[in-house]
Design a protein around this ligand. Structure first.
Ligand SMILES: Cc1ncc(COP(=O)(O)O)c(C=O)c1O
Length: 391
């Protein structure tokens, strides 16, 4: 056993072994760098599955979380909180026009679970349309609309509603599937786990039109794409498409666990007390983090930075084992000739962390939004050095 394997074995003693782990144990982070106990630093281009939107140790985020924890670490939705109102106001303003009400939850799956519940309840219809290769989460409803879950890990004896999957980009199949029995359509503007598969603006508009024709609700799942990752606040704004419900999590709290469902006032007004609920959702520390993440994205011009630095990845990183780049902003898929896992391992040996995806030939990059040109240069150089002999 080498030292790296020993490091992992120690961590694993009492954990469920449901996650394959990489041989690096971070103890702290700064900016886009992670560091282990021995002082080895690696460049993090994966951001903890797209969560660390502001990177690590961001002074404003760390201070906001610490201050709120000192002042009032928690209270439920049974008591009003100024910081919760402020976070909701900031998120509604950051989101697409028309979604003025926010319901806070704790995770992406919980956000989708609630959005699906709302679509089914409001329309009284039994079916949800989703897309092949989608990922929407692990809970009963979110996993029911996740492509392939029922064949592999779903585990529940049946799904709680009817689900029809449609091939990506197939407008005729979409129009046939979205009918008078359809409560809602759920779509990720860029499919993350699938390997950064990017839906076109035309297709997003076709989905909106199909929903309008059938009287179904459009749920845009921005759990991974949201909070500036695509170089716009949300994919909805990027494509100028109006969702009826929008879900967000991951980068929302910059690392503090939280999620949200955004909805128009008309939908919110139809909800009676008790229609939705959660203990932790909308807690003060989460809300302080949410407000700060949005403020920093604005103040530091991070949307423009994502667009510029993403363009550099496309310009400089089709080298070595990389054949092409897909996706948008900082949700990018580098299509590799060898297996992406081999490229990921070789990059990690060069102190760069990237991720894989459901596509065995797509290496996924989900870096913090603060990534700069200098970091892209490092990636480009490392990729160039990877030869067939090293993979
Ligand atoms: C698009 C999308 N939706 C939903 C989820 C589920 O989020 P969570 O893991 O926070 O439940 C994920 C997680 O990867 C995701 O990428």
């Amino acid at each position: 056993m080498n030292a790296a394997t020993n490091e992992i074995a120690a961590v694993h003693a009492h954990l469920n072994e449901v996650y394959p782990m990489l041989p690096f144990t971070p103890v702290k982070g700064s900016g886009v760098w992670l560091e282990n106990a021995a002082g080895r630093r690696i460049l993090d281009l994966y951001g903890g599955h797209a969560v660390a939107a502001l990177g690590y140790g961001h002074p404003r985020l760390s201070e906001a979380i610490a201050r709120q924890a000192r002042d009032l670490v928690f209270q439920t939705n049974a008591l009003p909180l100024k910081v919760r109102d402020e976070a909701a106001e900031a998120l509604a303003a950051f989101g697409p026009p028309g979604l003025g009400r926010v319901f806070f939850v704790n995770s992406g799956a919980e956000a989708n679970e609630n959005a699906l519940r709302l679509a089914l309840k409001i329309t009284g219809r039994p079916k949800i349309v989703a897309f092949e290769h989608s990922f929407h989460g692990r809970t009963a409803a979110a996993a029911a609309v996740t492509w392939g879950a029922q064949q592999s890990w779903y585990g529940f004896p049946r799904t709680p509603f009817d689900v029809q999957f449609v091939a990506r980009g197939d407008v005729a199949a979409l129009n046939a599937a979205v009918d008078s029995s359809t409560a809602g359509v759920i779509i990720e503007p860029v499919q993350g786990l699938a390997g950064a598969f990017d839906f076109s603006t035309e297709f997003m508009h076709a989905v909106r039109a199909a929903c309008d024709r059938a009287g179904a609700l459009l749920i845009i799942d921005e759990v991974q794409t949201g909070m500036g990752r695509l170089g716009e606040a949300f994919g909805a704004q990027l494509h100028r498409v109006r969702p009826d419900l929008l879900t967000v999590a991951k980068g929302l709290g910059g690392g503090f666990p939280c999620g949200a469902v955004l909805m128009p006032h008309e939908i919110a007004r139809s909800l009676k007390p008790g229609a939705l609920g959660t203990t932790f959702g909308g807690g003060p520390v989460a809300c302080a983090a949410i407000k700060t993440v949005i403020d920093v994205i604005h103040d530091d011009g991070l949307l423009a930075q994502v667009r510029e630095v993403s363009a550099l990845v496309r310009a400089k990183c089709i080298v070595g084992p990389v054949e092409s780049v897909q996706g948008r902003g900082f949700l990018l898929g580098l299509r590799t000739r060898p297996k992406a896992a081999a490229v990921r391992d070789a990059l990690l040996a060069k102190d760069i962390l990237a991720g894989t995806s459901a596509d065995p030939h797509v290496l996924r990059l989900l870096p913090p939004l603060i990534l700069t040109a200098e970091h892209v240069q490092r990636l480009s150089q490392a990729l160039e050095e990877l030869t067939d002999a090293t993979l």
